[in-house]
Design a binder for this molecule. Structure first.
Ligand code: AMP
Length: 187
């Protein structure tokens, strides 16, 4: 299983990603996590991306796809993986397709978690508290949503045309939504 999980900020991607990876025994590849780890470690990459992460904008396609390419070449990805937070632009989706072409390692399914905008704004606002992310201030959250609609929403259309897209209703209990996702990836 080589799965991409798409959806706007606040759709519950992170929670669902963990459940999917547990069920299928595949690694969870989150570009957001990898970039935040780079920032925390103080590496050269981290220094380059910190201000971009703090702003809610996207880091460059070249940089993020370099990170993803390195990760996918590791051994634990041989039996499949879940991509969370990438691709974020149609250009990233094209780079990924080229990266995977040959060797029979194309993506098997792209799951789009759909959640109405008002629900998203409420969820993002209520995240706060323990484990709150520094990029979750109201202003940055609004920026991240705007970036999603302009740059990332077209990625779903790209995968629809590739015949890979499964749209899943992201409103419901965690268990309800994960059941829908399991059905979609096993179809
Ligand atoms: P996330 O945890 O997926 O919401 O990502 C947090 C931040 O990391 C985003 O707001 C972007 O600044 C950056 N980021 C994560 N994934 C990507 C990506 N595929 N392309 C560009 N920027 C990304």
């Amino acid at each position: 299983m080589r799965i991409v999980l798409l959806g706007p900020p606040g759709a519950g991607k992170g929670t669902q990603a963990v459940l999917i990876c547990k069920k299928y025994g595949i690694p969870h590849i989150s570009t957001g996590d990898m970039l935040r780890e780079a920032v925390a470690s103080g590496s050269a990459l981290g220094k380059t991306v910190k201000s971009v992460l703090d702003s809610g904008e996207l880091v460059t396609d070249e940089l993020v796809m370099q990170v993803v390419g390195d990760r996918l070449r590791r051994e634990d990805c041989a039996g499949g993986y879940l991509l969370d937070g990438v691709p974020r632009t149609v250009n990233q989706a094209e780079i990924l397709r080229d990266m995977l072409s040959g060797g029979g390692s194309a993506l098997t399914r792209v799951v789009q978690l759909s959640v109405p905008e008002q629900v998203l704004l409420d969820r993002i606002r209520h995240r706060g508290g323990a484990g709150a992310r520094t990029d979750d201030t109201a202003e940055v959250a609004a920026k991240r949503l705007q970036v999603y609609w302009t740059q990332t929403a077209p990625v779903a259309e790209f995968y629809r045309q590739e015949g890979l897209l499964a749209e899943v209703d992201g409103v419901g209990s965690v268990e309800e939504v994960s059941e829908r996702i399991f059905n979609a990836v096993e179809r």
